[in-house]
Design a protein around this ligand. Structure first.
Ligand code: NDP
Length: 367
């Protein structure tokens, strides 16, 4: 039986979350929480992120940016955001003169991430930007350059880097419990409905299931092995007569090859439900299903003949959303390096572009 202490979980992934702990130990400025502006009041902002600020130690919401003034006013009242903290997309740049705003959290359709990140940096604010970082690697590079030029931090909303089951799984790989990593499977998907949604419009999404869900499979392959892939081979299956898929792909699957010889078989889908990660090593495997959901992750481990469920202990850091928000806040106040900086999002976009090239050409693409 594998016992995982809270500290074990937090020091997984080469000190990923330990960096956060360290930053916390250094402490945010006493008495002042870091102020967030939330840009885009859609599903993820309203249903998932905003309700998490009550669980944060170092973060609070101080501003909202929305194209819908009535919604913004209602949400502002709900979360105690003052009237002067309400902005729209036209007057967004005036966040510059609001000293309450330290970090801008961009939760807009994918094609808007680059513009609103760059404008935030130019307005003198740090940025937490949702996944996928942008719709091209060129945009990612411009975002990194803008934040660097402004001397501001840029982090990507890869919440699984703060999720205890994922961290515990990474630890089992890193400490050799599973032996040498040989193979990763990762599948992510859900059934898309309304064809008019922005996720199904290429200009706004940049792509289909790969951009939205496949990025979790890709991330998993990279953080579970701890390696960067050297080549990719991809195939796509999309019924273009389906109104949902006139512009973007449905199923895409790809194989990654890593320098150690390990391989990953990944996929994403907009017509079937998946949420799974498994790494198999020379001594055993770790299996997460659901792996990257908002809650209720399950983790099973098999070492030789012993198979069992592993539950990371609850406690501080167990809430990935609050941990992510507070980590960004801590990085800002202490100068610590973000666990998932813009460069991490850029790496994924470069691989995503290669996956699309491989699927289109039928050729292996070297990375
Ligand atoms: P929604 O469609 O629910 O919300 C997007 C919001 O963006 C809208 O409500 C709107 O807010 C604003 N917006 C501005 N311009 C447009 C436009 N042209 N079309 C549509 N919306 C517009 O999307 P989600 O909240 O699901 O996703 C937003 C981002 O968050 C995406 O990048 C997605 O990948 C990411 N995400 C990340 C998750 C994670 O687990 N890390 C989970 C879910 C999403 P307003 O009316 O206030 O202007």
């Amino acid at each position: 039986m594998i016992e995982l202490s809270r500290r074990d979980v937090l020091i997984a992934a080469g000190g990923l979350a330990a960096a956060s702990l360290e930053a916390r130990a250094m402490g945010a400025a006493p008495g002042r929480k870091v102020g967030y502006a939330i840009v885009g009041l859609g599903y993820y902002a309203l249903e998932v992120i905003l309700p998490q600020f009550v669980n944060c130690e170092h973060s609070k919401v101080v501003a909202l940016v929305s194209g819908d003034p009535a919604k913004a006013k209602r949400v502002a009242q709900q979360y105690g955001v003052p009237d002067h903290g309400i902005y729209n997309y036209q007057n967004y740049d005036s966040i510059r003169s609001n000293p309450d705003i330290d970090v801008v959290y961009v939760i807009l359709p994918n094609s808007m991430h680059a513009e609103y990140t760059i404008r935030a940096a130019r307005a003198g604010k740090h940025v937490l930007c949702e996944k996928p970082m942008a719709i091209s690697s060129a945009e990612c590079e411009a975002m990194i350059a803008a934040c660097k030029a402004a001397g501001k931090k840029l982090m990507i909303g890869y919440r699984c880097h703060f999720e205890p089951h994922n961290l515990a799984a990474i630890k089992l790989v890193k400490d050799g419990t599973l032996g040498k990593p040989r193979y990763v499977n990762s599948e992510h998907g859900f059934v898309q409905g309304d064809p008019s949604k922005w996720r199904l419009k290429k200009a706004l999404s940049g792509g289909g299931s790969l951009m939205d869900m496949g990025i979790y499979s890709l991330q998993a392959a990279r953080y579970m092995t701890g390696e960067e892939p050297t080549s990719v081979f991809a195939r796509e299956s999309t019924d273009r007569s389906d109104p949902r898929f006139h512009e973007v792909e449905d199923i895409i699957e790809w194989t990654l090859t890593f320098p150690s010889g390990a391989m990953a078989s990944c996929m994403s889908s907009y017509s079937s439900g998946h949420n799974h990660i498994r790494l198999t090593g020379t001594r055993g495997w770790v299996d997460l299903e659901p792996a990257t959901s908002y809650r209720d992750q399950k983790m099973r481990v098999r070492i030789k003949d012993d198979e069992h469920e592993v539950t990371p202990p609850p406690g501080p850091g167990a809430n990935m959303f609050a941990a992510q928000l507070d980590h960004m806040a801590d990085c800002m106040t202490t100068g610590a390096t973000q666990i998932v900086p813009g460069e991490e999002g850029l790496r994924d976009l470069r691989i995503i572009e290669a996956i699309y090239r491989s699927a289109a050409s039928g050729q292996v693409v070297k990375l």
